[in-house]
Structure formats: structure tokens, C-alpha cells
Design a protein around this ligand. Structure first.
Ligand code: GUN
Ligand code: ZN
Length: 428
């Protein structure tokens, strides 16, 4: 493949902007470029230097649009795409009323193919190049997701959602089949092309201790795969967990007790945490995933971003669609900003952009591979138009720094702000 040179404004990070001055680890070029070779980033720098040093490269001019790493959504449910924005319920009622009936439909492989393709195309239109998705209990829902990702060349994480209680008939497996189906999917798909498997107990209320134990055993057999689940999202849910697992110290302990707490664990939501849970997450270097539009939409609570980041807890950012109300990681950053404001901290735009790219990649243990514009990373790239609507333009045109120009797009942008998405260097 011939080298490609993408020119425009560029934004990349050389560290975590939650540690020290956010701007100190941010590298902005008003006239920068990214050299793409064989699907990876081969060089980043000033446009003029890159042009001079790479006369062979095909040039794509993005003008004053902002070239950034593609967004990495660290927690979502592709089977819930068609029921996004369902009205009026809180978590448990929302699951029973809207979610479980919709997930039943994924017994039909053709339906799963349709929604998987639709979800990935919506993601790409929003500049999101990696999704981390729960599938349904049906193994074919996982195959549909992975095949749709492979067709598009995307790096994705997914797994069969396991549930053997507190879900309708037709949407339950059992401890043995959860183990063997997950194992067989993992062995077939993990590491194939750009696919990563994640062992996926939905959350402790929908798994018996036997199922959690079986999945803990599977994780011990395959410690290099991720494990994704939900943790401490709503107060009613936490009460329910307390009743279902009377011998555990807290919600996190329902996972730890069965071998489901570890460095490659992804714990979605993590809002109402006890001090012990925070200590344990930090000790084992587990990752939490903030899902802000979901937390406001389902009425869950206010995630403590600065508190958890100050404890060094790896944190990703995610849409959590269809509990989340937007496919856009820009809208998701805006919601994260608003939630943090309600907790007394104004997140810097660098911190928001980092969370949506490198932060999520780090939660997935894929730092340096995705979510980055640094040399060696896959060329999964989003190009943002910082003047995509009249409302945004009239604000960004009076900005006197990139941050001031970018922040209106973070707060008010959506898929209209994405001018191009590249997957492995290919515009899609
Ligand atoms: N907890 C268990 N399952 C789900 C889900 O599908 N969405 C959300 N937001 N929380 C959950
Ligand atoms: Zn979720």
C-alpha cells in the first residue's frame, strides 16, 4: 500500500492529562500531519517536514479540521441499538420492560447480523473506531458482531452475555453452557484479525454463584482475555445484590469471591462504591468504565471521576447504548463534563479527549495499539470539523486556542462534526 499523508490540525498525547498539567502532555499542531503506512501510524509531526521527508506519499488535505485518534467506546450493548431512548424506567424495570424482550430477538442470526452492522456503521459515522460490546446469551449474536467488525476491519471487544437467573425463559443459559459456549467462542475468535474476546457475566444479579464460579475458572484458564461486567450502578441494584449474596462484603466481592476481579477486569458504571471497593480496584489495577449518558438517562448517579482517577484507577469512557442515550462519544464527553461539574470539578477538554481515546484504550489494555496518534499505533483516526453547525461555528470562530475551538464541538457536537473516520488507514 502506498504511504498516505493526512494533513490538518493534530492532537495527540504523551501521557495522562489527569496527572499534572493537562496541557503538558498534549501535543497540538495547527499545521500537522500523520503518515500512514500499512495501516499504522509511521510518523507524526509538522506538515511541511512530513511532506519534505515523504515525497512518495499520497496527500489527503483536511485543512483546519482536527485529526485525532478514533474514539474507543469501552462499554456498550450492540443488541440494544434498536431500543435506545426507551422512556421512563430505572435500571431493573428498564431491563425487564425493554432490554430483555429485545435481546430475545438475537436468537435469530439474521436479526443479529442486521443490528450488528447497523451499530458498527453508526459508530463509524460518529468517529468511533473500537466498540467493546456485550452481546446476548446467544453465541450467534457474538459471531454476528465479530463478523460485522471483520468486514469493516475494526478492532472490537465482545463476549457472550451470561445469565442463568432473574431473566426470562429463553434468555438464560446455565453454568455449564455459559462456560463451554464462552470457551468455544473465545478459542475461535480471540486474537483473530482485530477481535478480542471478553468473558461476560452480565452482572451478579443475573448469575448464580455456580455460574460466576464457572466463569472465574474460565478466566483463570485464559488470563490474557478481558472480563467485562457491571458494578454498583443503582442503589436498588446494590440492595438486591446484598440480598442475593449475603456472605459477601460488598458488590465487588461478589466478583472477587468467584475469581472475577483482576487487572483485565472492566467494571462498568462503578458509581456507588464503598471505600473498600475503591481500595481493591486500585490494588488489583482493575479498570472502571464511566457511562455518563446512561447514568443520567436511567437516573443512576454521579460517577466520581476525579476521586477515582486520583487513586490511579484506570478509567475508560463509554456510551453504554442503549442505556446510554447517544452513539456519539462527543455527546458522551459532554455528559462526563456535566456530571463532573455536578461533583465540583471541571474536566479539561484534554482530559475528555484523552478519556475517549487513550483512557479507554488503557482500560482495554490496548494502549499504543488503538486510541492513539503516536507512531506504531493502528491508523484508526477521526477527523473533526470544529465548525460543523451554525451554533458551534459562531462560538468556535472567536476562539484563541485549540481548546477553546474544540470545546464547543465536545459540548454541542455529534455525527455532523465527524468529517472522516479512518480504520487502519482506510477512509470509511
Ligand atoms: N446492568 C445489567 N445489565 C445492564 C444493561 O444492559 N445496561 C445497563 N445500563 N446496566 C446493566
Ligand atoms: Zn452496560
Amino acid at each position: 500500500m502506498t504511504d498516505q499523508l493526512l494533513l490538518g490540525q493534530t492532537l495527540r498525547f504523551s501521557g495522562d492529562p489527569f496527572v499534572g498539567d493537562p496541557e503538558a502532555v498534549t501535543h497540538i499542531s495547527a499545521r500537522g500531519g500523520v503518515l500512514v503506512r500499512d495501516g499504522r501510524i509511521a510518523a507524526v509531526g509538522e506538515a511541511d517536514d512530513l511532506r519534505r521527508d515523504n515525497p512518495q506519499a499520497t496527500v489527503t488535505e483536511h485543512g483546519n479540521h482536527l485529526i485525532t485518534a478514533g474514539f474507543v467506546d469501552a462499554h456498550m450493548h450492540y443488541p440494544q441499538t434498536a431500543m435506545i431512548a426507551s422512556w421512563g424506567k430505572r435500571l431493573i424495570d428498564w431491563l425487564n420492560t425493554y432490554t430483555f424482550p429485545e435481546e430475545m430477538r438475537f436468537a435469530d442470526r439474521a436479526y443479529a447480523d442486521d443490528i450488528a452492522g447497523r451499530t458498527l456503521d453508526l459508530a463509524l459515522a460518529n468517529g468511533t473506531t473500537t466498540l467493546t460490546s456485550f452481546c446476548t446469551i446467544h453465541p450467534q449474536s457474538v459471531e454476528a458482531f465479530f463478523e460485522a467488525a471483520n468486514t469493516r476491519g475494526m478492532a472490537v471487544v465482545g463476549g457472550k452475555t451470561c445469565m442463568d437467573r432473574n431473566a426470562p425463559d429463553g434468555l438464560q443459559d446455565d453454568a455449564q453452557s455459559a462456560y463451554s459456549d464462552s470457551k468455544s467462542l473465545l478459542e475461535t475468535w480471540h486474537g483473530k484479525d482485530r477481535i478480542s474476546y471478553a468473558i461476560t457475566p452480565r452482572f451478579s444479579p443475573t448469575s448464580t454463584p455456580e455460574q460466576l464460579d464457572a466463569l472465574g475458572a474460565l478466566w483463570a484458564e485464559f488470563p490474557d482475555v478481558l472480563m467485562q461486567t457491571h458494578l454498583s450502578e443503582q442503589l436498588d441494584e446494590i440492595e438486591w445484590v446484598r440480598g442475593l449474596f449475603p456472605d459477601t462484603r460488598d458488590y465487588l466481592d461478589t466478583y472477587e469471591k468467584f475469581g472475577l476481579l483482576g487487572e483485565r477486569g472492566l467494571y462498568g458504571h462503578a458509581i456507588h462504591l464503598e471505600p473498600r471497593e475503591i481500595d481493591r480496584l486500585a490494588e488489583v489495577n482493575a479498570a472502571v468504565v464511566h457511562c455518563p449518558t446512561s447514568n443520567t438517562f436511567i437516573g443512576s448517579g454521579l460517577f466520581n471521576m476525579s476521586g477515582l482517577k486520583s487513586r490511579g484507577i484506570r478509567t475508560g469512557l463509554a456510551t453504554d447504548t442503549g442505556g446510554g442515550s447517544s452513539f456519539s462519544m462527543l455527546r458522551t464527553m459532554a455528559a462526563a463534563y456535566e456530571i463532573s461539574q455536578l461533583r465540583g470539578t471541571a474536566l479539561h477538554p484534554a482530559q475528555l479527549m484523552w478519556l475517549a481515546t487513550e483512557g479507554s484504550a488503557s482500560a482495554l489494555h490496548m494502549s499504543g495499539e488503538i486510541g492513539s496518534l503516536n507512531v506504531g499505533a493502528m491508523a484508526d483516526i477521526a477527523v473533526l470539523d470544529l465548525a460543523s453547525t451554525p451554533a458551534i461555528t459562531q462560538r468556535s470562530c472567536r476562539a484563541d486556542s485549540l481548546w477553546e475551538a474544540l470545546f464547543p464541538t465536545i459540548m454541542m457536537g455529534d455525527d455532523r462534526s465527524i468529517s472522516t473516520t479512518y480504520v487502519a488507514g482506510r477512509p470509511v
